[in-house]
Ligand binder design. Structure first.
Ligand SMILES: [Zn+2]
Ligand SMILES: [Zn+2]
Length: 753
């Protein structure tokens, strides 16, 4: 019998048979090159021992660039041998200069451990010591690693809290620091990216004071603007080495769209994903199903185990993985899939990062993952090296998803999107400058080298009385280090412990707990639903009890907007939009209970929880006020316009849907007009609204295309109906929304500027 290809096996899975479009990318041959100078003998020998006789083109180019002493950015695909690009010249440097030190930064502890083994094996027999220094490093070993390791691997959190505030202990290390590697650079975006940009500036400032000027090497998955991101993160200009000479097997990309069911409704996306996962596992393939939220991961696992039993598949072949599990549980799951004890895993993007879990055949995506770079990151997990890989985008009943399912080439052929971080977020700057001034008094010139907004931020810190200016320098007035109170992964968030039978089974951010761990909420943990008995906000604890009922819950969140300061105003067709700072107040007013079988709404319950406010930046669209007899239709048009804009905004601003919030008013008291808001859903903002105000016309165009390319008359899940609408898609008016979109069109309504 002829052996079938992976693509044929996936295409033959019942759910996909004749129901999915497929785009194939053919296998690619390896391209090799030599470096200008030979590699150091011991490193070349270690490479040979691991079967590497020749370097790929991008590896040779990167090594030459790093050897020339420039700051370098390496941009290359998943599994292309990226580590060799920087590890080889870095080890060479340490061999040539025994006191030289190198610092490698990884966004997660798991990646740091992964990298430790690779570097140790490359440097085997050289006498160079490589050490991981992070929160998991035993206290008793820390001093020895600090003193003896030539290559130190850590994460930005440890640098921020452990190393920089105690830099006196690190004086020798900083003085001898020759190389800094920022791997997985594309991960440093949003709030985390803004913090890391400041943490790196703090590090480089202390190096300068210690008399060193380390070379900085960035390494990134494929993104649209590597040089720009490198400059934003480090304040330096990097020489870009891009390309991928590594070989690759054939890759197939399937696009599956749900069909309308009997009652004109779509099947639940979590059910579709669990069905696909079970069928792929039943075909004997190893698969990962990426889901967009923790709750979705849990539901997919739960549905999949039920479906597995029904189809005669061992349910223990399938498990789940996400942030919030205990680290030891996560390590065990990683091992199980690596060793093949597990075949199917439902996961959040916590697994998107390069943690090695062995070769996967199939990647399923429970919905469009929010950005093109996330799409390539996730699909890059399928197939390893020259083996075949397949991925399946399972469109949800969401307008943007269904749009891509209709036009997969638009998604596949668009250039990789830019990733950028804002170094001007005022909330983050104040926190970071506080840390920097604590570490070493700062001149105004040093402050200004942080970012354009830094002098403004330091002024407001001086007003608060925490810092003072004396003899031309700002200094910190207390001996208490501020860094431990600054969480670089979030803005001002603290966490809530999740307890079951007095054991901590996980944790959640405070703001998330208000939405998902309130009394009466169902919290699903590793596929098992528990009822939240109590959310104690004083003790920051959520207490779970065992649950028999078969339902889950979704919060109802009410949003209030208060405009603060106008930043700029733009004409938009015959209307106008402004970029403003806004105060957003969210209150969880209740929740709905949904049946596990069929996702039907069982009921609504009210809650009384404290509101949470934050200041951010947003787009405020000014629209004619609602009045007269057409009021109901007009409100429906506004609501439809809100949906069209909020569905397409993530594509324009290059972000996830959850990164943006929105609201609309028929009569907004501050303007006495109708108003529509789309805002950065993060305190201080992360630069998304700025991108939207600069792209009003493309945004309108995509929103119009989305709505008019759908054949329905009154709005459907493929265009205007969205599942997380707080007013449950009430009175959406599609023709009215199209009319309003027409008013935003520049050419039809010439206006004098
Ligand atoms: Zn439609
Ligand atoms: Zn809505």
């Amino acid at each position: 019998m002829e052996r079938r290809t992976l693509a044929e096996r996936v295409a033959g899975i019942p759910m996909f048979e004749r129901k999915a479009q497929v785009i194939r990318i053919r296998a690619r041959q390896a391209e090799f090159a030599e470096t200008q100078e030979a590699l150091p003998g011991i490193v070349a020998e270690n490479l040979r021992k691991r079967g590497i006789e020749r370097l790929f083109t991008h590896q040779a180019q990167a090594i030459d660039a790093v050897r020339s002493g420039k700051d370098v950015v390496v941009v290359t695909g998943t599994n292309s041998g990226k580590t060799i690009c920087f590890a080889v010249p870095l080890l060479e440097r340490c061999l040539a200069e025994p006191t030289a030190r190198a610092l490698l930064l990884y966004p997660t502890k798991a990646l740091a451990r992964d990298q430790l083994h690779r570097l140790e094996s490359l440097g085997e027999g050289s006498g160079l010591r490589v050490g991981v220094y992070d929160g998991d490093t035993p206290k008793s070993e820390r001093a020895a690693i600090r003193k003896a390791a030539s290559v130190l691997i850590t994460n930005p959190d440890m640098l921020h809290i452990g190393i920089l505030p105690n830099h006196e202990n690190w004086a020798k290390f900083l003085r001898n620091l020759r190389t800094i590697v920022l791997d997985e650079m594309h991960v440093y975006r949003g709030v985390f990216g803004s913090h890391v940009a400041s943490v790196l500036r703090r590090l480089l400032r202390l190096c300068k004071a210690a008399g060193s000027q380390p070379q900085v090497i960035g390494a990134s998955a494929t993104i649209g603007n590597p040089a720009q991101l490198f400059a934003q993160l480090t304040g330096k200009e990097g020489h870009v080495v891009a390309g991928d000479g590594s070989p690759s097997g054939e890759r197939s990309y399937f696009f599956w769209a749900p069909q309308l069911g009997d009652e004109e409704s779509f099947p639940s996306p979590n059910r579709s994903t669990s069905a696909a996962l079970v069928q792929v596992v039943q075909a004997g393939l190893r698969a990962l199903a990426f889901c967009r939220s923790r709750n979705s991961v849990e539901l997919v696992l739960r549905y999949a185990r039920v479906a597995a039993r029904r189809r005669g598949v061992d349910p223990d072949l399938i498990d789940s993985y996400r942030a919030g599990y205990r680290p030891e549980d996560r390590r065990e799951i990683e091992r199980a899939i690596f060793e093949g004890r597990l075949l199917g895993l439902a996961s959040t993007n916590a697994l998107e990062l390069g943690v090695d879990i062995g070769g996967l055949d199939v990647v399923l995506m429970n919905g469009y993952p929010g950005s093109r770079s996330a799409f390539w990151q996730q699909t890059g997990r399928a197939g390893r090296g020259t083996e075949e890989g397949a991925s399946v985008l399972l469109a949800r009943n969401d307008p943007l998803d269904l749009y891509f399912a209709r036009h997969p080439r638009i998604l596949m052929e668009s250039p990789p999107e830019p990733v950028s971080v804002s170094v001007d977020n005022p909330v983050i700057l104040e926190q970071q400058l506080r840390c920097a001034v604590y570490e070493r008094p700062m001149t105004l010139e040093e402050v200004e080298s942080f970012s354009a907004s830094a002098s403004w931020a330091i002024g407001s810190l001086a007003e608060s009385g925490d810092i003072e200016m004396s003899a031309g320098r700002y200094y910190y007035k207390s001996f208490d280090p501020p860094a431990p109170k600054v969480d670089i992964r979030a803005v001002g968030s603290d966490s809530v412990r999740i307890l079951l039978d007095n054991d901590e089974v996980g944790e959640s951010e405070y703001w998330r707990a208000l939405k998902t761990l309130h009394k009466g909420a169902v919290h699903i943990h590793r596929g098992v639903p528990y009822l939240v008995d109590e959310l104690n906000l004083d003790r920051r604890e959520a207490i779970l009890t065992h649950l028999r009922a078969e339902f889950y819950t979704e919060p109802q969140v009410e949003v209030q907007i208060q405009p603060l300061v106008k930043v700029q105003e733009r004409v938009w067709g015959s209307l106008s939009a402004e970029l403003s700072s806004l105060r957003v107040t969210e209150r969880v007013t209740g929740y709905k209970r949904l049946a596990l079988d069929g996702d039907t709404v069982l009921g609504y319950e009210a809650l009384d929880l404290p509101p949470v406010s934050f200041d951010t930046l947003g787009i405020w669209v000014h629209l004619p006020p609602v009045e007269g007899e057409d009021a109901p239709e007009y409100l429906g048009s506004l609501h439809g316009l809100e949906h069209a804009l909020v569905v397409t905004a993530p594509y324009i601003a290059e972000c996830d849907r959850g990164d943006l919030g929105s609201a609309w008013y028929g009569l907004f008291p501050h303007s006495m007009k109708a108003a529509l808001f789309v805002y950065d859903n993060v305190p201080g903002g992360i630069g998304l609204s700025e991108r939207l105000i600069d792209s009003l016309e493309p945004w309108r165009e995509m929103a119009s295309e989305l709505v008019t390319s759908c054949d329905c008359e009154t709005g459907c899940p493929a265009c205007l109906l969205i599942s997380n609408c707080i007013s449950r898609n009430n009175m959406i008016d599609k023709p009215g929304a199209i009319l309003l979109l027409g008013k935003l069109r520049a050419d039809r309504w010439p206006v004098s500027q």
